[in-house]
Design a protein around this ligand. Structure first.
Ligand code: S3P
Length: 170
């Protein structure tokens, strides 16, 4: 069984994914970490040196690799993964367990204010520009996110609550 978690930057995909995998007793893979380890470069460095198009190609290749690997896995995607390279079709072909962690903009904003530096798409924005950017970006991306088989309202909830919700839907 492959379980995929998706959602905007800062929605808690990795945190929830790790706990979910531990509870189910299966391995966890964070797509961004996997790309960084495989290429020997951080995501900001990859964006800077090779550009976003190169990153999106690698993202697609490593996503396919994970989805086609043997065994059970919880997989946390990057925020943009569902929106490029026909990745959502690939994911939905491989598994019916696809969870969108939907978090309200003010909560995303609060989390991303402290998490901006490692994220090339937002690191150069001024703090006061962030909410409007998130709002517009999320509006574009929601069309892809909403293709998930389940939407979890993840605002204001503890990690263990989200894990339980997901487990009941498996
Ligand atoms: C991105 C989100 C990041 C990372 C890259 C691009 C995006 O992952 O994949 O910086 O396009 O939203 P997180 O969602 O884990 O921050």
């Amino acid at each position: 069984m492959k379980i995929v978690l998706l959602g905007y930057m800062g929605s808690g995909k990795s945190t929830v994914g790790k706990k979910l995998a531990a509870q189910l007793g299966i391995p966890f893979t964070d797509l961004d970490d996997y790309i960084e380890e495989s290429l020997g470069n951080s995501i900001p460095e990859i964006f800077l040196n090779k550009g976003e198009i190169f990153f999106r190609k690698q993202e697609h290749l490593y996503l396919r690799k994970i989805l086609e690997s043997e065994g059970d896995k919880v997989i946390a995607l990057g925020g943009g993964t569902p929106c490029y390279s026909n990745n959502m079709n690939l994911i939905l072909e491989k598994t019916p367990h696809v969870f969108y962690l939907s978090v309200p903009i003010p909560e995303l904003n609060a989390r991303l204010l402290t998490g901006k530096a490692d994220r090339p798409l937002i690191r150069d924005l001024k703090d006061e520009e962030l909410p409007e950017f998130i709002g517009k970006h999320l509006f574009e991306r929601r069309n892809y996110y909403s293709l998930a088989t389940h939407t979890i309202q993840a605002g204001g909830k503890e990690v263990h609550e989200l894990v339980s919700e997901i487990v009941t839907l498996l």
